[in-house]
Ligand binder design. Structure first.
Ligand code: NAD
Length: 436
């Protein structure tokens, strides 16, 4: 099938590469010339495990190409995916300017009857706006679908190749067989393609992300309760998560969720509720608690060293919003590090992938270490913000000998309490007893 993918971010690139991998002829378009230049040299502009080799495999097989000519991409395709960003507007609603700009381009280049699929996460009613915009520029027949994407950064290719389900909102049955054919290679093990009406598909994506955000904030609130009661949130998590009605995923306490999806999608859902007269109080509270939770590490540090950090050196492990990605959007590091600098601290950070982007996003005073151990040298405390695998079993004796004070504040509960006790650290984690 001839496929066009508009927007070559985390979602568009994965969609394009995976659809090319199953034999389709895919053209990906983006208005960002630097990204397209890099992609045309076979280099992925983002860090996502396995993506660059998948891109190159399909570029060399002549199934995948990249262009800044969005109109040409539309003209090439039988099926066009819109995968541009939907950032939060000032009031928390999803800003549709990129989606509707693409719809306008599609309208101007609709040279045949095509299927237009919204992959971007968009509020209920967007498909109708996309249709209306295209119709202003074209009298050609076309179909509009809503096909939200559920991939996770860090596991994006696996998630796209083996989805739990594929959700497709459609206007009529006309497009079902084409989309079944397109997605068949990804559901051979029997996972469902769920065809539904468009409004339900649009809401499904927000409901799924908000459900996960609520689980995280709920467990973070339980962690605060555990600290107050002298209980251990890890024990509670195991006890709760073993219930087959609840399950173990997304129950880890920590220093809050970030990323390009949960914060903005929860805000957008609350805003959709406001527009439709439904008070979305549960996701709104989850979001508020998350803002508070993001600073848990900072509060613990203030309790130990005071608010004035002049002359203190603070080591940071982890800048990206989660392991396996260089994405810094809404990362805890972006909330914490500027406040450390404001309070007079010298900050030395380490991250396996996100340093290049962090240099642009964080204050210029931040220093970067080439490995996790050198970040700790002469530091008054080590703060752990991202649970990268390489941080999970470090040489604790070496860390202790490098730190000026053996203080570790762990926003991701990486270490065993008894082990930290044995090594003589002051070790403060989330929802578990302090080690001193
Ligand atoms: P991104 O910011 O990484 O990429 C978006 C791309 O769209 C950019 O490269 C930008 O240059 C391009 N773009 C913007 N306007 C354009 C235009 N008019 N024409 C062509 N290209 C244009 O975004 P992302 O993280 O890939 O997310 C895209 C959408 O998918 C969002 O709605 C997001 O909520 C949703 N989503 C993201 C994830 C994720 O994990 N990142 C997962 C599921 C769904």
């Amino acid at each position: 099938m001839r496929i066009g993918v508009i927007g070559t971010g985390y979602v568009g690139l994965v969609v394009g590469a995976c659809l090319a991998e199953t034999g389709n002829h895919v053209v990906c378009a983006d208005i960002d010339k630097t990204k397209i230049k890099s992609l045309n040299k076979g280099r992925s502009p983002i860090y996502e495990p396995g993506l660059e080799s998948l891109l190159n495999h399909n570029i060399s097989g002549n199934r995948l190409s990249f262009t800044t000519d969005v109109g040409a991409c539309v003209e090439h395709a039988e099926v066009v995916f819109i995968a541009v960003g939907t950032p939060p507007g000032e009031d928390g609603s999803a800003d549709l300017k990129h989606v509707l700009a693409v719809a306008e381009t599609i309208g101007k280049h609709l040279n045949d009857e095509k299927i237009i699929i919204t992959k971007s996460t968009v509020p209920v009613g967007t498909a109708a706006k996309v249709r209306g915009t295209i119709e202003r520029f074209s009298s050609q027949q076309f179909s509009v679908c809503s096909n939200p994407e559920f991939l996770k950064e860090g596991d994006a290719i696996e998630d796209f190749m083996k989805p739990d389900r594929i959700v497709i909102g459609i206007e009529s049955d006309k497009v079902e067989s084409t989309l079944e054919e397109l997605y068949h290679p990804f559901v051979r093990s029997g996972n469902p393609i769920l065809f539904m009406d468009i409004a339900s598909a649009e809401i499904t994506k927000y409901a799924a992300n908000a459900m996960l955000a609520v689980r995280i904030s709920f467990m973070n609130q339980i962690a605060a309760l555990c600290e107050a009661a002298g209980a251990d949130v890890d024990q509670v998590r195991k006890g709760v998560g073993s219930d087959s009605r609840i399950g173990p995923a997304f129950l880890h306490a920590g220093s809050g969720y970030g990323g390009s999806c949960f914060p903005k999608d929860v805000s957008a859902l609350v805003h959709i509720g406001d527009e439709l007269g439904i008070d979305m109080s549960i996701p709104r509270t989850a979001q508020e608690w998350n803002e508070y939770q993001k600073e848990v590490v900072l509060r613990k540090l203030s309790n130990e060293l005071g608010d004035d950090l002049t002359g203190r050196k603070i080591a940071i492990w982890g800048l990206s919003f989660k392991p396996g990605t260089d994405d810094l959007r809404e990362a805890t590091s972006l909330s914490i590090i500027p406040k450390l600098i404001e309070r007079g601290a010298q900050v030395i950070a380490h991250d396996p992938q996100a340093v290049e982007l962090a240099r642009k996003a964080l204050p210029p005073e931040v220093g970067y270490a080439t490995d996790e151990y050198s970040a700790c040298k002469e530091a008054d405390a080590l703060l752990i913000l991202t649970e990268w695998l390489q941080y999970r079993r470090p040489d604790l004796s070496r860390i202790k000998s490098l730190l000026k004070h053996p203080l570790i504040i762990d926003g991701r509960n990486l270490f065993n309490i008894a082990r930290m006790e044995k090594h003589g650290f002051t070790y403060l984690s989330v929802g578990r007893r302090d080690v001193r």
